[in-house]
Design a protein around this ligand. Structure first.
Ligand SMILES: Cc1cc2nc3c(=O)[nH]c(=O)nc-3n(C[C@H](O)[C@H](O)[C@H](O)COP(=O)(O)OP(=O)(O)OC[C@H]3O[C@@H](n4cnc5c(N)ncnc54)[C@H](O)[C@@H]3O)c2cc1C
Length: 607
């Protein structure tokens, strides 16, 4: 037999679910050579996510992809709760609220998009950028060199399978990689190869899920809202209703204890991947009539006085949930796991794919930095992937456990679900997720003059500014492109010249890694490019000067970013806000004369 061909690549991604695809798109934006292999052949489906949270849409927006997601998805703005009538003759609407009840997100709604469309959008983007997913391909052997000098220390054997019989092909290839991302789901082969354990447990409760279209004649009145319904009798406890695009709906049924006897369709589901307990993905087929019968049975009693006429069922499943987190997220900071490969929990709060995408986004730019910048400091940044993302997964499990309790009818009511949802909103929407102190997130000095000293570790809060060159109102997130660079937002003060020596020092040494934008408070009519501020950096152009001013008379758009950051435009020194490549605030620094904090921040990361 001839020896297998060998190739080299900077990053090998294993798995093309949400985590693998977003890893690939992010690396493609950063121009990092990568390869992505996926066991599934074209047309085969894996995950079941359909809810995209506000922060995920912000991430997709930074990758230039929010438009197709918004165009193909439907939006959830309204949440409705139902309780049994006292007479037990049915259910009644008891509460209504805004589904994302915080002002802060740029996209203040959940977006619902079937996973196949989600994957299609990302795959098309990859294709347009010259990347093809290597389908029908699995890794079969992995070795990592102990030597730190090797440029490509990881050797992975991969096997290309045929769709007819995925186990028989012997076409193998050896890929040598600098880094590997294991995005291969809950039963991750990569995770097992590097000996990382999952810690947690399998929950005993069973859940039903079904995608269908409510037929004409349905009397349940709030089909286009998200509904939480406490059933008054029958096998199902609490029912969750998610409106889907094209008039479809997804129903979740909590089958409270004691569990019904096992049926042939019983599955273990870990986030998006249904399995038969084996190591492989095994999506429940459309002929899953037993699951459908159980779910429809629960619906017919659960909806009581209202009817829901079910047609066009595209998926039905009964599943159990594992709540587990990986003990580690990486091996030697060379092989990383992301997504379901490192955390599994229930789909109750619609977090699995969102957390997976967050992992991928957090890791991609750090890999790019480590690949481009050879300093030990840049290599050390890789360890912050685990220190930032693993605590979040633990919080997610804790939140899931709280949520889980509320789906047991004997313990609570839908109103409590609504309260928990609202209480955890920053977390579940993703916009309130924070990262702790590290070289990447450094708390401001105690004597800072700006008021909001706790913004470090949060993602850049939304705000509009007015571009000085053409007076166009621009969202501050769009001023921070996902290009692997840090953005330094300088809030100017009245004395335009103050503090610029400290910035110029940093530009000289680290300028290549920093995009600078200036913000000034004041009328657009009074600001001219000839101002000193514009001349501070030779390469500065008018497109990087922004004003905190109403975009037009009477409008609040364009005004308020100084207020959002608590910066006083009359202070003695400007304030520099360092935004990491993933949109998180890394530091807020008062740029007073001789200040070295800005330089120290970049020295800590780039050496
Ligand atoms: C009913 C249900 C509803 C859900 N709803 C939501 C929701 O609304 N919002 C949400 O955020 N999440 C939801 N989830 C969770 C979500 O589906 C998962 O968290 C998400 O799919 C995880 O993405 P991933 O890329 O990490 O893993 P996966 O989606 O499992 O993708 C892993 C990929 O790796 C491939 N693979 C596996 N092994 C190998 C191998 N050895 N070699 C090559 N490729 C391999 C698989 O084929 C697959 O394509 C839901 C889950 C369920 C069950």
């Amino acid at each position: 037999m001839s020896s297998p061909s060998t190739s080299k690549v900077d990053v090998l991604i294993v798995g093309a679910g949400p985590a693998g695809l977003v890893s690939a798109v992010a690396l493609s934006r950063l121009h990092i050579p990568f390869r992505i292999v996926e066991r599934r052949h074209k047309g085969e489906l894996a995950g079941r996510a359909d809810g995209i949270q506000p922060r995920t849409l912000e991430i997709l927006s930074s990758l230039g992809l929010s438009a197709p997601f918004l165009a193909h998805g439907s939006q959830i703005h309204r949440m409705v709760t139902y309780m049994p009538l006292p007479t037990e003759s049915g259910i009644a609407l008891v509460g209504q609220s805004i589904n994302i009840p915080i002002d802060e997100p740029r996209f203040p709604f959940e977006t619902v998009l079937p996973i196949e469309k989600f994957e299609e959008i990302l795959q098309e983007d990859l294709l347009e950028n010259g990347h093809v997913i290597d389908r029908g391909t699995v890794p079969t052997d992995l070795k990592i060199s102990e030597s730190t000098d090797e440029e490509y220390p990881i050797e992975i054997e991969i096997r290309h399978t045929t769709s007819e019989n995925s186990n028989t092909s012997n076409v193998t290839e050896v890929v040598r990689a600098k880094y590997v991302i294991g995005a291969d789901g809950a039963h991750s082969w990569v995770r097992k190869e590097i000996g990382i354990e999952m810690i947690g447990e399998q929950t005993p409760h069973r859940w039903g899920v079904m995608d269908f279209t409510p037929d004409r004649g349905t009397t349940f009145p709030t089909t286009r809202a998200k509904n939480i319904i406490q059933a008054h009798e029958g096998p199902g406890g609490v029912l969750g209703w998610i409106p889907r695009p094209g008039g479809q709906a997804r129903i979740y049924v909590a089958f409270g204890p004691p569990p019904p006897p096992p049926t042939p369709v019983e599955q273990e589901t870990v986030n998006g991947t249904s399995t038969t307990g084996s190591d492989g993905d095994d999506i429940v087929g459309l002929d899953d009539t037993d699951a459908r019968t159980m779910i429809e049975g629960a619906m017919s009693t659960g909806f009581g006085n209202f009817s829901v006429l079910v047609k066009d069922v595209t998926w039905a499943s009964i599943y159990r949930v594992a709540q587990r987190v990986a003990s580690k997220y990486s091996h030697q900071d060379r092989i990383f796991i992301v997504g379901d490969a490192c955390h599994t929990h229930s789909p109750n709060s619609g977090q699995g794919a969102n957390a997976s995408i967050g992992d991928a986004y957090n890791l991609a730019w750090k890999l790019a930095l480590a690949l481009r910048h050879k300093s030990p400091q840049a290599q050390n940044i890789l360890s912050t992937y685990e220190s930032e993302r693993r605590p979040l997964a633990l919080d997610l499990i804790a939140y899931d456990k709280e949520m889980f309790k509320l789906f047991k009818p004997e313990l609570s009511t839908p109103i409590e679900y609504q309260r928990l949802w609202e209480r955890g909103m920053g977390f579940s929407s993703g916009v309130g997720i924070t990262y702790g102190p590290s070289a990447l997130c450094i708390a401001p000095k105690e004597n800072a003059t700006f008021r909001f000293t706790d913004l470090v570790g949060y993602r850049l809060p939304p705000a509009h500014v007015v571009r000085a060159s053409d007076w166009q109102p621009v969202h501050i997130h769009d001023v921070v492109p996902f290009n692997g660079n840090f953005t330094l937002i300088v809030f100017l003060v009245e004395n335009l010249k103050s503090g610029f020596d400290s910035i110029q020092n940093v530009w000289m040494k680290y300028g290549r890694w920093i995009d600078t934008v200036l913000v000034k408070k004041g009328e657009k009519e009074e600001f001219f490019f000839e101002d000193d501020a514009y001349l501070m950096e030779p390469a500065f152009d008018g497109n990087r000067l922004y004003l905190d001013t109403p975009s037009r008379p009477g409008s609040s758009i364009g005004e308020g970013i100084y207020e959002t950051f608590g910066v006083d435009s009359k202070a003695d020194a400007p304030v520099g806000v360092i935004v990491r490549p993933d949109g998180y605030i890394g530091a807020m620094i008062e740029l007073d004369e001789g200040n070295t904090d800005l330089r120290d921040y970049f020295t800590g990361i780039l050496g």
